[in-house]
Ligand binder design. Sequence first.
Ligand SMILES: O=C1O[C@H](COP(=O)(O)O)[C@@H](O)[C@H](O)[C@H]1O
Length: 357
Amino acid sequence: MNNRTFAFIGSYASEDGPGLYACSYDEQNGRLTIVDRADGLPNPTFLVPNENMGTIYAITEGADAEGRRCGAAAAFRFDASEGRLRKLNEELTTPATTCHIELDRTSRLAFTASYHGGLLGVSPILSDGRIGPSAGVYRHEGNSVLPVQSQARVHSVIVDRQNRYAVVSDLGLDKVFVYRIDSADESLSLRSETSIAPGSGPRHFVFHPQLPYGYGINELNGTITVYAFDADTGTLSVAQTISTLPDTWQGDNVCADIHLSPDGKFLYGSNRGHDSIAVYRVDAADGRLTLVQHAPTLGGHPRNFAVSPDGRFVLVANRDGNHIVTFARDAESGQLQPTGIELEVSKPVCVRFATFG
Ligand SMILES: O=C1O[C@H](COP(=O)(O)O)[C@@H](O)[C@H](O)[C@H]1O
């Protein structure tokens, strides 16, 4: 069977309407077309596809036995030939609502980040694709200098290329933590923590596909931190910090998402407020960044975006624009250009590609 690439969209949504969308993807022009949607999910604001199992996992806002709002995750099977989503199950993940979900590289574990609880959750993926009952919840403690940093705010969990470490960005503590993954035991153990400038608000992180560097975007002070990553010890060291904003910008802004091009030559970070994608060239020798462009996102609050697997297009989820905007990406310069193609969706905040065989 030929491989086919799809995109999945998560959104802020109420339980009585659609919130998770499956879209076909036209590799020639970057156009998305909704093929199926799932209702009944309260705020499925982040999702992760599992290409190996043909499943999708979306965070939702669940409720425990006493009716308290909790982090939950819903599992879906996606039938690529029919373009249909079928719900498998839903499980609580953390005793506070979540903002991010990622899988380990063997698709056996799901990691969730709880912004409101300062928690990190580990849940098993069962052999039939369902998400299993929580295998553990890890709590961060502390605070930093800004009012929003009065407590830990775990914002994302990213797994390294060798599937040994989980990098956890804590916006509340101005720290990036590295945990060792024990897949057999379904557990995490802390290896290192790296502090960055007070008031930075580390939010999301990405590993370079070849070089020993990682890149973290800092929501609160509009910067990206370049880290050297030592995979033997599981430690990060700060190599560079660079602004995501033009020097002339004086308005409010909070950064959100960060991605590399598949060839690792360019890095992209989103600005909510300035409403742009900052584009950087990556130095192949030392991983450092040089600004290339600020590309307007053509809509407000670009909370998440995705680079297509072939690197030709970038899809931006503009929450306040209520649309996903398709940009063409120049492989030589890294620059983004609008294509004129958009998909209307209510409050989209996550877009992720998946290729199924
Ligand atoms: O208050 C909230 O904030 C968190 C974090 O969102 P961000 O867009 O500022 O990073 C969000 O996950 C949650 O849904 C919302 O209630």
